[in-house]
Write a protein that binds this ligand. Structure first.
Ligand code: SF4
Ligand code: SF4
Length: 82
């Protein structure tokens, strides 16, 4: 399941640099996660790095993009073939 950023986002920019897939970008007014690039950090880290450091805990699961662990791992391998 991809993650999404909620309205509580204060646009602090902290999450962008930690995403291994460049899935987060600045939106207007809040930041956004590209569900095609978000793997919940599966295959790279044990926990979603963006959600871990968000100061207002506004990064949550996106119910529109449900994926199994295997699907997320496959996505990770597609994004990082090496
Ligand atoms: Fe990027 Fe991981 Fe956050 Fe998804 S969960 S947006 S892959 S840092
Ligand atoms: Fe928004 Fe949280 Fe990302 Fe900061 S870390 S830009 S508050 S989603």
């Amino acid at each position: 399941m991809a993650l999404m950023i909620g309205e509580e986002c204060i646009a602090c920019d902290a999450c962008v640099a930690v995403c291994p897939n460049d899935a987060i970008s600045q939106g207007d007014p809040i930041y956004i996660i590209n569900p095609n690039l978000c793997t919940e950090c599966v295959g790279v880290s044990a926990e979603p790095q963006c959600a871990l450091l968000c100061p207002v805990d506004c990064i949550i699961a996106d119910p529109e993009y449900e994926e199994t662990h295997e699907e997320l791992l496959e996505k990770c391998h597609r994004l990082h073939p090496d």
